[in-house]
Design a protein around this ligand. Structure first.
Ligand code: ZN
Length: 70
């Protein structure tokens, strides 16, 4: 299945048509319904689509086991 975020091939969430029989975009395009729109939003909030920022260093835990020499 080729679900795309641009709406081609139907709803990105469930794959159902996101246009009516005349090819007109539905109200919640590219999604088929408000429900799928919310599902997509939930995915974003859950971090499923989160892209890691390579320039950001991970948080360190200083003073914990690493500085026993001094
Ligand atoms: Zn859908």
């Amino acid at each position: 299945m080729t679900a795309r975020r641009d709406g081609k091939g139907g709803c990105p969430i469930c794959g159902r048509p996101n246009t009516d029989e005349r090819g007109k975009k539905l109200e919640h395009f590219p999604f088929c319904s408000a429900r799928c729109k919310l599902v997509d939003l939930g995915k974003w909030l859950d971090g499923e689509y989160f892209v890691e920022d390579a320039g950001e260093e991970p948080p360190r835990t200083e003073g914990e086991g690493s500085d026993t020499d001094r």
